[in-house]
Ligand binder design. Structure first.
Ligand SMILES: [Zn+2]
Length: 243
């Protein structure tokens, strides 16, 4: 079922940590019966989320009302959704509250309207690309496609071998990252190919580049396996200068 907890997970996965922090503060204010503060935090969480969505989809640094307006004029947010968002933000911000009616129920209603709007915001960004999707271009003998659970990577920090299906995923910019189960570091990153092929960056597969910082073993459903050796430049932020 959809709710607060699931929303927090999804937002975290998508890399919208600032919005998550405000929602957590909203929840904790709500639990302390501080209705006004809870509602204000819901409003800020939405503001942050739509800033991030605008930055992700349009690369803009615009924030607040300007960012939301841009989402609307570019057709990412439809007119009705944009006007719903505006109403929800106004309401969460305290507009229209009546004296003597700002109790738990009203605040809960405003909170839930905010959660609903956050789901609409989540729907504006694509799902994370999984390794199994990238590997689907491989011609694999057998009756089924490779899944994340068939791929075993070793963390360069703690040396723990682990299946990708056990790792937590998150977005960083337009890339998908898989993080070590012990939280050490990202082990695998999926991104778009860069302008020029880059030595030790990763493996180009179809539309993606699989960048693995640790040795990665693909266990094919039939029993064979294939090693993708760790790539030294997998996680570098910048290309090192040519020698
Ligand atoms: Zn580790």
């Amino acid at each position: 079922m959809w709710g607060y907890k699931e929303l927090i997970e999804r937002l975290t996965q998508q890399g919208f940590e600032e919005s998550v922090a405000h929602l957590r503060q909203a929840k904790s204010a709500f639990d302390r019966a501080e209705w006004e503060s809870a509602n204000a935090q819901v409003r800020t969480a939405l503001e942050s989320l739509f800033n991030a969505v605008a930055h992700f989809s349009l690369g803009t640094e615009k924030r607040g009302g300007e960012a939301r307006k841009l989402l609307e004029t570019k057709g990412i947010l439809r007119a009705r959704e944009a006007s719903l968002l505006k109403s929800v933000m106004d309401v969460a911000g305290g507009a229209g509250s009546h004296a003597g009616r700002s109790g738990a129920d009203e605040s809960a209603g405003r909170f839930m309207a905010g959660l609903g709007m956050a789901y609409i915001g989540l729907g504006l960004v694509p799902d994370l690309v999984r390794v199994e999707q990238v590997l689907s271009v491989l011609d694999v003998p057998g009756e089924r496609k490779i899944q994340d659970g068939d791929v075993e990577s070793t963390c360069p920090s703690c040396r723990t071998a682990q299946r990708l299906s056990a790792e937590t995923m998150h977005r960083d910019g337009h890339d998908t990252c898989y993080r070590c189960i012990n939280g050490c570091q990202d082990i695998v990153r999926i991104g778009a190919p860069e302008g020029e092929a880059w030595e030790g960056r990763g493996y180009r597969l179809g539309d993606y580049v699989l960048r693995n910082a640790g040795d990665t073993l693909i266990h094919f459903p039939g029993g064979r396996s294939m090693l993708l050796a760790a790539q030294g430049a997998a996680l570098m932020k910048r290309r090192p200068p040519a020698e």
